[in-house]
Design a protein around this ligand. Sequence first.
Ligand code: MN
Length: 199
Amino acid sequence: MLQSERMTLTEYRRKRNFSRISEPRPAVHQDDKTLIFVVQKHLASHLHYDFRLEMEGVLKSWAVPKGPSLDPSVKRLAMEVEDHPYDYKEFEGTIPEGNYGAGKVIVWDTGIYASEKMRDGSKELLRDLHRGKLSIVLLGRKLKGAFSLVRTPREDKEGNRRQWLLIKKDDQYASDADITKDDSSVLSDTHLPDPDRRG
Ligand code: MN
């Protein structure tokens, strides 16, 4: 394992007390040919969707407040957050009060994905990540087809550029239907309704 790979889960580890939560412990997944993605719906202090892409044995992660859209005219804000361990792809449940991200989590969608260019796979994705423009194709249960993730020039107080936009590309899977109306898990029969959509 490379030192740089081990380092990527440092922030994940620092934020959590693993004796008090059931979230996966930090560990780097051994590389194989298939790359997975997962979208978790997370009802923490603010509802958001966690969009995660497997890269270099961890899950690169973005918090998307409004969730993904299948409408190519819609740009969804996606805030880059700390890498999560590969095993997080199956995490559902409740993070107890007083812990980082306290609240309910479901696996809203998961599947495999690839670089749209698909020349040298993983290496190309990492290069594009650092350049701030990813073109990917998702093959999930709810999300299918081509998407782009584009980093904006906006800097936060620490001078980091963590703000990205998640945009559906126009293809046969594009639609103006609101896909977030489906509040079900793809791994269990759990539903996680929006707090402001009840009633
Ligand atoms: Mn989250």
